[in-house]
Write a protein that binds this ligand. Sequence first.
Ligand code: IPM
Ligand code: MG
Length: 373
Amino acid sequence: MMARNKKLLLLPGDGIGPEVMAEVRRVIDWFDKERALGFDIEEGLVGGASYDQHGTPLTDGTMDLALECDAVLFGAVGGPKWDDLDFSVKPERGLLRLRKDMDLFANLRPAVVFGPLAEASTLKPEIVRGLDIMIVRELTGGIYFGEPRGVETLPDGTRRGVNTEVYTTPEVERVGRVAFELAKKRRGLLHSIEKANVMESGLMWREDMQALHDREFSDVELQHMYADNAAMQLVRDPQQFDVMVAGNLFGDILSDCAAMLTGSLGMLPSASLGAADETGRRQALYEPVHGSAPDIAGEGKANPIAMLTSYAMMLRYSFDMPEEAGLVETAIDNVLAGGLRTGDIMQTGKARVSTKVMGEAIVAELNQVAEAA
Ligand code: IPM
Ligand code: MG
């Protein structure tokens, strides 16, 4: 019997999304040709691109495709063109619906400093060299989805805006388990982030994480930290962290901060995972953290590396192919060591190249790395 090809859905989206996705295509083709890793590929619209075509940032048909396939590769959504749209059809709603309907509660955002880029960070190289942090962000709850929400006009004409931070213990525990499991495979240290000093839901988060630790993960060291302090510690001494776990909003903010330690937002990939079913299969979406960068869209300036490392995360987490993932990462490391840079990570004495040249160089390097392996 022939094994069924794995099915991928590519959602390039808006802004620089299509440009960085085009470079992933190159890598997909390389693995197809050189490693007989054939995927059945579907492509769909999301965000503003979908709104322009269908009047909605995600159609039901595309949502169904996402649920059916083995993994989704996502580019980016949003841009000033759609700023004035009603909240319900903003490009970002497409991404939020994917996360919610696929139940992708665990968002893994690794902040790793590639050796050749230690000098490209805005922080001193000795602070970031060798940095390897994994941020686990809860992705389907908290203030992003909590009810009540909205803006109302009071009888006296005053407007009142509301969003609600909500977590249940099972929601805290399921993301907590993912974080503890990752910590176990790494340095065995987990920082849990909240504002237990001002938020009841934060205090509950802290208590639930502690109880989970004591019950199931006493072999991992658990530290609790307030979110504001965590932001400060990330830029003061990031190496103190191994794995960090946070709710949706704090995780959003801290992961941007951590991304910048690595030299550029253009370097940070992410994996968004659901729960595993009986067969071990889980819903999964992979996306760069950088967003749509409308200011440079269409100019060939975007850094494709976060999109390519997102693809590597897909190989690792959806298809259990750590060696193949490693090939991609090594090729990137080598190309950076060779001195090629997109604008966002440009340093004096290095060669500034376009999105496409960077992608092509990484694919060429894949050949070298595969031969040497
Ligand atoms: C992210 C982004 C999204 C978020 C936006 C685009 C909805 O900032 O993935 O970090 O806030 O979650
Ligand atoms: Mg963000």
